[in-house]
Design a protein around this ligand. Structure first.
Ligand SMILES: [Zn+2]
Length: 204
């Protein structure tokens, strides 16, 4: 179950001029403003407006803006307007933007690496490929000489690209190599038939 909804936090309380409509005590009113925000699992996502009302410090009489006299409502509006929404009401949205930014950078780094690796294949390079039936498998560079690249196909397939590295065991590869040209490999990468190129020793 996903827990979500909205919550409020206190933003500002200020005295406002006028006397209490209930007990007539002068200068006993103050306006309180609350900021509402949407949350998911209590993590604030984004603000969804401000609410609040006036309260009498003497008899505790509370009024919602729609119940107020025009003069009082105007004073309340001024306090509401000046109450600032704190940054943390946007925390979830910020995290999301940071997360998306990070994922984009990672993805673009991986794409650059793939482009770079495919133009100069090394023995041991691992190609994540999309098969014709929409599944995923691996090709491992056995030998790269001149324009010709020999690749050993993995004999297994997976439904998803993630986790494909689990198939990377020597016994899972066919012993008969496919032979492709560098140009063909580049085309496969451009067409997304090769989705990623890994160079196992490049990270070290
Ligand atoms: Zn009062």
């Amino acid at each position: 179950m996903i827990i979500y909804g909205y919550r409020s936090s206190h933003l500002r309380t200020e005295p406002i001029a006028g006397s209490c409509p209930a007990c007539a005590t002068p200068d006993s009113l103050h306006a309180s403003v609350f900021g509402r925000y949407a949350h998911i699992y209590w993590i604030p996502l984004f603000p969804i407006g401000k609410t609040g009302g006036s309260q009498c410090g003497h008899c505790q009489f509370v009024q919602q803006p729609k119940e107020m006299e025009p003069g009082l409502r105007e004073a309340f509006s001024a306090v509401k307007h000046s109450a600032r929404v704190p940054w943390w009401h946007f925390a979830g949205l910020l995290l999301l933007v940071i997360g998306i930014g990070w994922a984009l950078v990672q993805n673009s780094d991986a794409q650059q690496a793939s482009q770079q690796f495919i133009t100069a294949p090394h023995k041991g390079d691992l190609y994540h490929v999309r098969t014709e039936n929409g599944r995923y498998s691996l090709l491992k560079v056995q030998e790269a000489a001149g324009n010709s690249v020999k690749l050993l196909p993995n004999t297994y397939e997976m439904d998803q690209n993630s986790g494909l590295d689990e198939l990377n065991k020597p016994e899972n590869f066919d012993t008969v190599a496919l032979e492709l040209t560098r140009y063909e490999l580049k085309l496969m990468l451009d067409k997304d038939q090769i989705v990623k190129v890994e160079r196992p020793d490049a990270a070290k």
